[in-house]
Write a protein that binds this ligand. Structure first.
Ligand code: ADP
Ligand code: GLC
Length: 482
């Protein structure tokens, strides 16, 4: 089969720069698509971490003017990824988080910065780089969503664009006054263009102009095309239902492999899940918990935000501790949640431990050493930590929403009888729902054969990219042939 050349456009990519699952997906999909004859080059902003990681940087195109200053395009490889990097120091030469300044506030020029990402993608689609003519552009989230709008207003033949929505809560809305500075024509500011409630809507424009829209799980695809789950864009998404599809994320099963994981103090395989006990003890020590082998140990690895439902967990903590269970939490984000968990750790020494940091090795240790991994999200487009949990033998305890519902099989009676349960899935997503899920989990933990069966099923589940990469490849081919 002739190889397909795809330009992926993403504002973060693992392992170079990451704030969440978007980076994991952008980093893992290219390798999963390669065996299917799809060659992916990823366009990313030239943050310092990206430029520093480039192994072989070549200047392959000049851009006369990009949001007020000249810029250029570098080509190279880093961490096994083929990259095109926008070298524009006035926009991207800023350390740390790609979206926030040192005080945790959005950079005031994020509109220009990510319009630039999309504009360069569109320029590449229009032939900026000699000898590189991608057959399709795959744009991720609001940061890349203006790509099809720029292509549309530039006119001429353009490659098809797939837009993937990783999280509808982040829409990229900016004042109308930005229209001229980011190089969009006045006539684009209409309902059939980039206008969105009197502002410029990056994601809105992407939804309108992309040839196909994907999101990261089938359930989330259904949820977002409704008034309740559409976050203001439900009507528009419903109107594009024929072009909207949910493709469940996978995880990189080389990065997440308990038998090979160099970040773990003790490695283990699906054949010997009992070897996890040594990681459990290491985890308890790392979080200054009592090293009790048979206390049910719950883990959380998460951004601390409203979306993740962790305030519900704060409410449920007294009950959990009264049962003799333990909790470890690794996360960063909203100060009010951080304060709440810090207070809980003070109140339940030896039972609740928190680390408020972004830390890969600790994330791996939690997956390896926790008995259960908690994801009580109010909504969750896909969620990756429950997939890691399945692979690492931690029982996922998840809210029935989005990709959580699509990736965990609840241990109800029918599933237990059929021998297919992999975790606990709860609804309604509220205090009482979570409290009862925690009680069910603790009861299941104390039923060793049932627990082991769930662990076995989870560790055998296919959480790789194989199936979903095939679906992306099929979609690309369909659009290119059309
Ligand atoms: P989201 O993208 O909404 O934050 P996902 O579950 O899709 O949620 O992806 C989160 C990713 O970030 C996972 O790979 C998870 O392991 C990682 N992660 C989240 N918080 C931390 C943290 N504090 N330290 C290390 N990794 C983290
Ligand atoms: C977003 C979503 C998360 C999803 C990730 C990768 O950050 O919040 O559910 O797993 O993107 O698609």
């Amino acid at each position: 089969m002739k190889p397909l050349h795809i330009l992926s456009v993403a504002s973060e990519i693992f392992p170079l720069i990451k704030t969440g699952g978007l980076a994991d997906v952008a980093g893992a999909l290219p390798a999963a698509l390669a065996p299917l004859g799809v060659r992916v080059v990823t366009l990313v902003p030239g943050y310092p971490a990206v430029i520093a990681a480039l192994e072989t940087a070549r200047r392959i195109a000049a851009i006369d003017m990009l949001m007020g200053a000249p810029a250029s395009l570098l080509g190279g490889r880093a961490a096994g990824l083929d990259l095109l990097v926008i070298d524009a120091p006035h926009l991207f030469d800023r350390p740390g988080n790609p979206y926030l300044d040192a005080d945790g506030r959005d950079w005031p020029d994020n509109g220009e910065r990510f319009a630039a990402l999309a504009q360069v993608a569109a320029l590449i689609g229009g032939g900026l780089v000699a000898k590189y003519h991608p057959a399709l552009i795959h744009a991720h989230d609001w940061q890349a969503a203006l790509t099809p709008a720029y292509l549309r207003y530039a006119g001429g033949a353009t490659p098809p664009v797939v837009l993937t929505i990783h999280n509808l809560a982040f829409q990229g809305r900016f004042p109308r006054s930005l229209l001229g500075p980011i190089g969009l024509p006045d006539e684009s500011f209409t309902l059939d263009g980039v206008e969105y409630y009197g502002e410029i809507g990056f994601l809105k424009a992407g939804i309108l102009f992309a040839d196909a829209i994907t999101t990261v799980s089938p359930s989330y695809a259904a949820e977002i095309a409704t008034p309740a789950g559409g976050m203001g864009l439900g009507g528009l998404l419903a109107g594009r239902a024929a072009d909207l599809v949910g493709i469940l994320n996978g995880i990189d099963t080389q990065v997440w492999d308990p038998a090979q994981d160099r970040l773990l103090p003790h490695r283990f395989s699906a054949e010997h899940p009992d070897d996890r006990t040594r990681d459990k003890a290491a985890l308890q020590s790392a979080f200054a918990l009592d090293v009790v082998p048979d206390a049910p140990l719950f883990g959380v690895v998460s951004r601390l935000s409203e979306q993740k439902g962790l305030d519900l967990l704060l409410d449920a903590l007294p009950g959990l501790c009264a049962e003799g269970a333990q909790l470890v939490l690794l996360g960063t984000g909203d100060p009010w949640l951080q304060q709440g968990f810090a207070a809980a750790a003070d109140r339940y020494p030896g039972q609740v431990g928190c680390i408020f940091a972004y830390d890969e090795p600790t994330a791996h240790l939690i997956q390896a050493g926790s008995d259960a991994l908690l994801v009580p999200s109010r909504f969750e487009p896909c969620g990756l930590t429950q997939l890691c949990a399945l692979r690492y033998g931690a029982i996922p305890v998840v809210a029935r929403t989005g990709g959580l519902a699509d990736s965990v099989i609840d241990a109800n009676e029918a599933a237990l009888r059929a021998g297919v349960a992999t975790g606990i899935v709860f609804s309604p997503i509220d205090r009482a729902g979570l409290a009862s899920a925690l009680r069910r989990t603790i009861a299941a933990y104390r039923d060793a054969p049932a627990w082991r069966a769930m662990q076995h099923n989870g560790m055998a589940a296919d959480v790789s990219w194989a199936r979903s990469a095939q679906r992306y490849a099929d979609l690309y081919r369909l659009l290119i042939e059309r």
